[in-house]
Design a protein around this ligand. Structure first.
Ligand code: HEC
Length: 124
């Protein structure tokens, strides 16, 4: 077992030392920032959508109160609804079971963005 481990270790060392370490580092840093930039862009896009479509009734951001008091603030939506299902629900027509709320049908990308935004608000 130990010999297997040792030989795979030295194989790994040989492999990594044959690659220029700086190139690896640059690749990693680029990947890391690309990942984070796209995650926050998605959340920002979701915020725009929420602002446009939902803010008339639902409290956004850190707000615990909604303009329409019967509508739950997005910050506290999580125990009421499963955000994992929300991407699908938003594409298939989100029905809140409340006559005041219109039925929304969003494109997949918009639904993902809106859910990313809602997720970013949840109080733990
Ligand atoms: C015209 C007002 C209005 C708008 C605009 C509105 N909502 Fe609502 N929404 C409500 C009300 C009122 C409720 C509470 C329904 C209830 O308690 O049965 C609600 C409830 C919800 C719920 C909880 C549903 C559940 O199953 O408990 C979600 C999720 C939701 N809204 C998402 C959204 C999203 C996302 C948008 C924007 C795309 C939006 N709403 C826009 C009025 C609105």
């Amino acid at each position: 077992m130990l010999t297997v481990l040792l030989s795979s270790c030295s194989a790994l060392t040989r492999l990594t030392s044959s690659l220029p370490a700086s190139a690896l580092l640059i690749a990693f840093v680029t990947w890391f920032f690309a990942l984070h930039a796209s995650a926050s862009e998605l959340t920002e896009q979701g915020q725009d959508i929420a602002q446009r479509l939902c803010a008339a009734c639902h409290g956004l951001g850190r707000a615990d109160r909604s303009p329409l008091s019967v509508a739950p603030a997005f910050r506290r939506i999580e125990p009421r609804v499963d955000l994992n299902e929300m991407v699908d629900r938003l594409q298939n027509g989100l029905v809140a079971g409340h006559p005041e709320m219109p039925i929304f049908v969003l494109k997949e990308q918009e639904a993902r963005a809106l859910v990313a935004y809602m997720r970013s608000l949840q109080v733990d």
